[in-house]
Design a protein. Structure first.
Length: 415
């Protein structure tokens, strides 16, 4: 009896769930850790079969195998969202027959760590594969990635939204309505299911999280968000590189327009009509040429006669001092200079005295002379992109060299 007392003290204090079953597989004894793991009190467990308690009939065959072979059996099981490695051992009962004793080791943290690592590796591969397939289209990349994820984890329903628009995945309108009000990584319940919202730029992933992934969903969501955002940045850089290359080709075509242009004025007019096509922020534009002591307008885009017929003394030029030689500049307070100009009545009619007026100006010079001024104008206060600025700078540089060479040739021909 003293031996049994010490044995019971040992099992009661064991920091792991433990149990003993009779020769028919019914629970005879359980410790407190087992009660906590199962979520039932001792009174509701003793005398019951494990298949009834946990709804798993396969354990009965395991128990019979332990009692028949009198050898230990080890297996894994998920109980109430926790992963356990369970050791079943034969134990001789007071009647002389054999029952089963068991100890359950909680492996949840280790399993989840392994699962998280595996899923992160899978996500990385899916992203890399999708990047190689979709080149510079962000939406197609997102779709491709979602298809890859669904193939890898068919048990996980993932929904893709762009803004408030449903793109892919099974979703109810009420679920979408709820998701539209969430702008951060967040877990929520909907119709007894767990969902995780993962916003990335103007997209949202909505993941229906199976029970076995709930514990790692936040960590995986943060990882997925950062990786997808990095991929989007790569796509944007690739697209910007391609667009810049296309715009450079357009600039070369602009320079070559000279060959079919009868004069500098007609050339600059043709050049401007092509330039505004590749500068998306330009709502209006104008080109001015220094003729003696005056700048005269030679080309406009979306301006009326008040600008087309205007002439400005070189001494009244408020742009070039702010730009520099063969340079470009975005002038954030150009409207103030227009208000102070002797031609302010013209500028008011043209709208360039509005505080939202924002020009990107290029100054093409030959020697000490300001030969050509190009003004690309926005009236919504929208700043020009770095790509647009680079494009205008390249055009200014090329025009400077091109026009200088033309001037040298003309001088030689005149001699």
């Amino acid at each position: 009896m003293r031996y049994l007392y010490f044995l019971q003290q040992f099992f009661d204090r064991l920091p792991a769930p433990a149990f003993i079953k009779d020769n028919r597989g019914r629970y005879m004894w359980v410790n407190k850790e087992f009660e906590n793991a199962i979520g039932l009190t001792e009174e509701k467990i003793i005398g019951k079969f494990e298949s009834v308690i946990l709804n798993d009939e396969s354990v009965e065959e395991l128990d019979r195998k332990v009692m028949r072979s009198r050898k230990n059996q080890v297996h894994e099981s998920m109980i109430n969202g926790r992963y356990y490695t369970i050791h079943r051992m034969p134990i001789r009962l007071g009647t002389g027959s054999y029952g089963v004793a068991g100890i359950m080791y909680d492996m949840t943290e280790k399993i989840l760590e392994q699962t998280l690592y595996q899923m992160q590796s899978s996500v990385e591969k899916i992203i890399i594969d999708s990047l190689s397939e979709t080149n510079t289209d962000t939406l197609e990349f997102m779709k491709s990635m979602l298809r890859g994820f669904n193939e890898q984890y068919p048990e996980v329903n993932v929904i893709l939204l762009k803004g408030d628009t449903h793109i892919m995945g099974d979703a109810e309108p009420k679920l979408i309505e709820k998701v539209n009000n969430i702008d951060e990584i967040k877990t929520f319940s909907f119709e007894k299911k767990t969902y995780q919202v993962i916003p990335v730029e103007n997209y949202k992933f909505v993941v229906c999280v199976p029970a076995q992934y709930v514990s790692i969903s936040k960590a995986l969501s943060t990882f997925l968000s950062s990786q997808v955002l990095a991929a989007i940045k790569i796509i944007e850089k690739q697209r910007a590189h391609e667009e810049f290359g296309e715009k450079l080709e357009a600039i070369i075509r602009m320079i070559r327009l000279w060959e079919s242009s009868p004069s500098l004025d007609s050339y600059l007019e043709s050049m401007l009509s092509e330039l505004v096509k590749i500068i998306p922020e330009a709502q209006r534009a104008s080109v001015w040429v220094l003729d003696g002591k005056n700048y005269r307008n030679v080309a406009v885009y979306n301006y009326g006669k008040e600008v087309k017929n205007a002439k400005i003394k070189a001494t009244e030029d408020s742009y070039c001092p702010s730009i520099g030689e063969n340079n470009i500049a975005e002038l954030t307070e150009a409207y103030k200079a227009s208000l102070q100009s002797p031609h302010k009545d013209i500028w008011k009619r043209a709208g360039v005295t509005d505080p939202n007026f924002l020009p990107l100006v290029g100054s093409v010079k030959i020697g000490e002379k300001n030969l050509v001024i190009i003004s690309l104008d926005n009236f919504e206060g929208k700043h020009f992109s770095e790509s647009s600025k680079k494009i205008l700078q390249v055009l200014v540089d090329l025009l400077s060299v091109f026009l200088a060479n033309k001037q040298i040739k003309q001088t030689r021909n005149n001699q």
